[in-house]
Design a protein around this ligand. Structure first.
Ligand code: BDR
Ligand code: CA
Length: 314
């Protein structure tokens, strides 16, 4: 199995992504970093420890990462989406495990050196820890084989401002550094994640499956479903982080994902947090797009198939 390091802000959809990774035979989850985002990093780390224990993976080390973002403090997260605790008000069984003594950024660097040229990185929260790891090890883009992030919106509207997606908007400076670093990078953003749904019938199937894990995930999803019910008119949810996890494990086929120049707006203007993908070549056939180099990524624009059913199956 391919070694994979996860960085996350657990979070309801992060929890589903973790369950997906643990159930994926093709990847070996070598460590998890926690960053502030949906909840404070320490809360996300606790949720991750408890969830991993429930999944029978107490052996996976969880590393505490940045509480504050690169150029501004964490300011409370998204309790209206994920609940104040990040698990929709459902108390997970408390595991005996604790966070490791190594920071998330250092642990990512260590894993990249230990699995040089092989490590895959999946980042489904703000990119603060990854940016800090780049400061510790500027060679990180050469050591890491592939990076998949859940973040951004290339053509779709944002979800926290008109143009910005939450993970990028939380720490645009970190996202800009990661995009510019020269990783082999795939960006799984709102263009695709907003169209992949977990339905109430899927949630009921989880509850009915009756194992401790499926029951907890089904319960945790209730709050998240209620948030999206106000938007979509029926209880369901979008699948941001699990879809990115499916891309990282090679199970989701991106039917349209051009490699194009990408920039992140880290200014304080109305575009703050926007991911600017240069799709002129794709859409208008303009010959004038700048050359593809560092600052380029595969940008997911279309997914083949319905991921909700696949997720439930696994
Ligand atoms: C992203 O932001 C977080 O709220 C979710 O967990 C996901 O990673 C969606 O914009
Ligand atoms: Ca997340």
């Amino acid at each position: 199995p391919a070694p994979l390091f996860l960085d996350c802000d657990t979070g309801v959809d992060d929890a589903l992504a973790i369950a997906w990774l643990v159930a994926s035979p093709g990847v070996d989850l070598v460590g998890v970093g926690a960053v502030s985002g949906n909840v404070a990093a320490a809360t996300g780390a606790r949720n991750t420890l408890d969830l991993l224990a429930l999944l029978g993976r107490e052996d996976v080390p969880v590393h505490l990462g940045a509480h504050d973002f690169l150029d501004h403090p964490f300011s409370g997260g998204a309790p209206h989406v994920h609940g104040a605790d990040g698990t929709g008000g459902v108390a997970l069984p408390r595991a005996a495990t604790e966070v490791s003594g190594t920071s998330a950024a250092q642990a990512l660097v260590d894993a990249a050196r230990a699995h040089a040229g092989e490590l895959r990185l999946l980042a489904i929260g703000p990119l603060t820890n990854v940016a800090l790891a780049l400061e510790l090890e500027p060679e990180l883009p050469r050591l890491v084989r592939e990076v998949v992030i859940m973040g951004g919106a290339a053509m779709a509207p944002g979800n926290v401002t008109a143009v910005a997606e939450a993970n990028v908007h939380n720490d645009p400076l970190a996202a800009a550094r990661v995009v510019d670093a020269g990783f082999d990078l795939t960006v799984v953003g709102l263009d695709v994640t907003m169209h992949q749904r977990f339905e109430e019938e899927h949630r009921q199937a989880l509850l009915a499956a009756g194992t401790p894990v499926t029951r907890v995930l089904g319960e945790v999803l209730e709050f998240y479903f209620a948030f999206y019910a106000e938007r979509f008119g029926r209880p369901c949810s979008v699948l941001h982080d699990p879809l990115a996890a499916g891309v990282a494990t090679g199970d989701v086929r991106l039917s349209l994902a051009p490699r194009v120049p990408v920039a992140v707006d880290a200014t304080d203007g109305p575009g703050r947090g926007q991911t600017i993908a240069d799709l002129r070549g794709l859409y208008h056939g303009f010959p004038g797009s700048p050359p593809v180099g560092p600052g380029a990524a595969r940008v997911a624009l279309e997914v083949g198939g319905d991921f909700g059913a696949v997720l439930l199956e696994r």
